[in-house]
Design a protein around this ligand. Structure first.
Ligand SMILES: [Zn+2]
Ligand SMILES: [Zn+2]
Length: 84
């Protein structure tokens, strides 16, 4: 079961369980779409795996299987956003 982490590991923005902006890798490293696209090139900077859209857990299930609340941050800063 996914932990549904509550924030982006790069910019620390909130990524609630119903957010369409949340992307995860196979280890569930969690990033927002902005960071994934502008800073990470669609790859997890922790493990090198691909980042894909995190599925939305149905609200009725969240009551029994709530989203995680432990905020995570990378030890190393993420790459700066590419100038466009
Ligand atoms: Zn972010
Ligand atoms: Zn990862």
């Amino acid at each position: 079961m996914l932990e549904l982490r509550p924030n982006c590991e790069c910019c620390d923005r909130d990524l609630p369980a119903d957010s369409r902006l949340a992307l995860i890798c196979s280890f569930e490293c969690t990033f927002c779409r902005d960071c994934a696209e502008a800073r990470l090139g669609g790859r997890c900077p922790n493990c090198g795996g691909e980042l894909v859209a995190r599925p939305i857990r149905p609200p009725a299930k969240l009551a029994s299987f709530p989203a995680g609340t432990t905020r995570r941050h990378r030890a190393q800063p993420c790459p700066a956003a590419q100038e466009s």
